[in-house]
Design a protein around this ligand. Structure first.
Ligand code: C2O
Ligand code: CU
Ligand code: CU
Length: 494
């Protein structure tokens, strides 16, 4: 039904289809351009001050919260934005935890569709009422999730979002996401405590006041839908005023369904302190940081010169599907430069010293006992010629089947996985529950749970399968691709 196609076969098949079914489909879909209309600058008078979602912090080892997922309508500088939110906000509240805590979430579904919840990046049990993506919460129902954060959980920015297969891209794009922060001893270190910590949740929702805006056409889904506007904590190009000589420590999550952010701050270098799953051994000085969907970073910025600076998402080309190229929609997956936020520094001053990271060493997993290769690909999904015109996205030639176990692992083993991308687009590969280290000279250091695999390239990761057993998933974090099948099931057995 979904035969894996080699790239050449795929292009040939796509050419046939383009000549028959798809062109007519495209005539009725003039807005195929997935990058959305160019973002216009927000007039300074309309700029909002940078604010963060409400923080709900644990006390005495427990954080118990209710999240109500429901539709909402947000006024913007332009048309209203119809979307979804948690507790009336998109993104929802930030959950702040410590290692050893218990997190209890009562998720109330007031959406017109089924949903569920995933705690992206948390090293917690995937079974039962834990981080179990196989549960479905029907409209009107409430489910209570309970997560025990291990005593040795690393500090980092994690996030929660729906994971109901088939509608993940739409629900996340609509605004359903929120941050989870786990603190550790390093966060209590004086120079960390003295820094200004900020959480940035980057989303790109569709604009338009009716629920139709949540629907993406087949082409947009194949490219991976991109919204109309880049938002920080729900705000369009917010303004942030910094004081020279202070240490700014920013935790940033790309919570967009498909958009990549290659972040750079005018005239400033950034120091990377942490990646998806914890802190680095030492700060890494960079002039930009690329965040594929699902990825996080922790960066330190040291303001000193007075001025106005833009935090920009630089242009990034994440490739195309063959069909897109043939229809001469150049750069289908490419994202034009966008201003994410405006930074102001009023008075100059000497730059502060960056906080110490020394003494924190990323644990290196043992030598892998076994290796496996996973192939990210594309296939035809039957109805292609009939106007349905949908590609399937596959791993090892198969689309997701929740009843099939694709990978079985014995708990306690370390594995090396080679993720091969046979397509002309980037795919950010994500594994639940067990963080990994990316191998290679130019690999991003530190613990990761999502890694970008460039078009026609491959990446090696080393994964220690420790701490938990159970069934969960790995997938492409371009969420439309996940919904179209680029996901597999892993079972870690005792
Ligand atoms: Cu952030 Cu399986 O996802
Ligand atoms: Cu995840
Ligand atoms: Cu993908």
């Amino acid at each position: 039904m979904n035969p894996a196609l080699s790239r050449r076969e795929f292009i040939a098949a796509a050419a046939v289809t383009t000549a028959t079914g798809l062109l007519s489909a495209c005539r009725t879909l003039p807005t195929v351009e997935p990058a959305g209309p160019p973002q216009s600058p927000v007039a300074p008078s309309q700029q909002q001050d940078f604010t963060e979602p409400e923080i709900l912090a644990s006390s005495n080892g427990l954080l118990e919260v209710t999240l109500v997922a429901a539709p909402l309508l947000v006024a913007t500088n332009g048309p209203d934005r119809y979307g979804y939110g948690y507790n009336g906000e998109g993104p929802g509240p930030t959950l702040r935890l410590r290692p050893g805590d218990r997190l209890i979430i009562h998720l109330e579904n007031q959406l017109p569709e089924a949903t569920n919840l995933h705690t992206h990046g948390l090293h917690v049990s995937p079974t039962g009422d834990g981080d179990n993506v196989f549960v479905t919460i029907e409209p009107g129902d409430t489910k209570t999730y309970s997560y025990d954060i291990p005593d040795d959980h690393r500090s980092g920015l994690f996030w929660y979002h729906p994971h109901h297969h088939g509608s993940v891209a739409r629900q996340v794009a609509a605004g359903l996401s929120g941050a989870i922060i786990v603190d550790d001893e390093l966060d209590a270190q004086p120079d960390f405590e003295a820094s200004t910590e900020r959480t940035w949740i980057l989303t790109d929702p569709p604009i338009g006041s009716d629920e139709q805006v949540l629907q993406a056409d087949p082409m947009e889904q194949m490219f991976g839908r991109q919204g109309d506007v880049v938002l920080v904590n729900g705000m369009d190009q917010p303004r942030l005023d910094l004081t020279a000589g202070t240490v700014e420590r920013w935790r940033i999550v790309n919570a967009s369904s498909s958009r990549y952010y290659d972040l750079a701050l005018d005239d400033h270098e950034m120091y990377i302190y942490g990646s998806d799953g914890g802190r680095l051994a030492e700060p890494l000085k960079v002039d930009h940081v690329l965040l594929a969907p699902g990825e996080r970073t922790e960066v330190v910025v040291l303001p000193s010169s007075a001025g106005q600076y833009s935090l920009r998402a630089q242009e990034y080309d994440r490739g195309t599907v063959a069909m897109g190229a043939m229809m001469s929609r150049s750069g289908s997956g490419s994202t034009a430069e966008a201003v994410v936020a405006t930074i102001g520094v009023a008075e100059p001053g000497p730059a502060a010293t960056p906080p110490q990271l020394s003494g924190v060493v990323a644990d290196i997993p043992g030598e892998p006992a076994s290796t496996r290769t996973l192939e990210l690909g594309m296939g035809m999904d039957g109805g292609m010629m009939g106007g349905g015109s949908m590609m399937s996205f596959t791993i090892d030639g198969r689309v997701f089947d929740p009843d099939r176990t694709d990978v079985s692992v014995r708990s306690g083993t370390v594995e090396r996985w080679t993720i091969v991308n046979t397509t002309d687009m980037d795919h950010p590969f994500h594994l639940h529950v067990w963080p990994f280290i990316v191998e290679g000279n130019n690999a991003e250091p530190g613990w990761k749970d999502t890694v970008n695999v460039r078009a026609n390239d491959s990446v090696n990761i080393v994964i220690p399968f420790t701490g938990f057993t159970g069934r969960t998933v790995y997938h492409c974090h371009i969420l439309d691709h996940e919904d179209l099948g680029m996901m597999g099931v892993i079972e870690v057995n005792p």
